[in-house]
Design a protein around this ligand. Sequence first.
Ligand code: GTR
Length: 428
Amino acid sequence: MSKLLQTVFCGAALLALAAVPAEANADETNCDEAKVLPYTLPDPLTASDGSAVTTPEEWFAKRRPELLDLFQREMYGVMPGVDRSRLAFETLRTNPVAFDGKGTLKEVRVYFDAPNPAPKLDLLVCIPNRAEKPVPAFLILNFQGNHTTCSDPWISISDNTEANHTRGVNGEERRGYKAERYPFEMIIDRGYAFVTGFYEDIDPDFDDGRQNGVHPLFAPFEQDVPEESRAATITAWAWGLSRALDCLETIPEIDAGRVAVAGHSRLGKTALWAGANDPRFAIVISNDSGCGGAALTRRNFGETIDAITRTFPHWFCPKYNSYIGRTGELPFDQHELVALIAPRPVYIASASEDLWADPTGEFLSAYNADPVYRLLGTDGFGGAAPEPPAADTPVGAVIHYHRRTGKHNITDYDWSQYLDFADEHLPR
Ligand code: GTR
């Protein structure tokens, strides 16, 4: 174990030890800092055979594949391959004068199993008109349908019949209902394309034993994968993000080598997992991703494996349930998910009132991924202190972090930080 890690991990453990009352229990959901139990994080730079990882070559040839494999088999499920002969993309409609002529909106359909019409993912693509060369892009899945991300009446109402979020309880259209989360104009004004798609187009968000959405397409790739490690829904969504990127590679106005994948909450978990699996994503942004995302699992604060797998059994593969009550035996923790993205820039954001997502645990993942980023020749977390920064004070370098004042949400404040971060790391 490196000196830096030793200091950090033991320091954290000792601090916690002094403060923890005897009755604290790792399996109970806890939102009291004084009840955080001692824990020791696995060292990302120690391979499972105990050997130290000291060079970028060892990281890429040995440790990174080993960690990715562990996350796949024990937590999210094995990432399936893709039959490219069944992928097809179709531009359905184009509006070249959206946002007072500042942008072009396109509706582009990704067929996952062409020539079958389903399953498919409808992407809403917005490109700044003033661009003279291909632009970088933000790609983010949305929760209620593309028409809820923007009030422009040109945008088609989602035709997804399997999902119950696309319309209101009385069947009403919900145009622009969540527009505050998706600032199209702010993003195109800064010279970026903005791309969104409805997450349940890829895989509906309920437990049906992995039968719906894109799951049937995974069968040829899962023959040798044990049932308990087969692709769960977060893996399906992440797989869909990679197919969205395949599609963006065919749009000439977009520079697909400079795509930032972002996500909020469960889709923040998904963005991290997509970035870990698909090195084509140039930047990864986790907004309030919490448990099973950026937050450390061993730190008993906020949502637990027990709580999350009870409510959302389909998000993770069945193997993950076996770690309920024994988080200390997980062969990884979430700082190593962040490390799998190295050396690419990663932004982890929390919200001060979002205790369920454990803002401090999210910060500590960013902090403890730093040694891997440094091994790979970047300035990692930029020498940020081991304690979380004050609210609304972003810290870091290639790994960046902020804790916005307020609730579980994705706001203009968050987006303006992501835009600044992209300006710095996706040079024109
Ligand atoms: C919560 C869940 C979190 C987070 C959130 C969301 O209920 O406990 O892990 O993912 O949902 O995605 O909105």
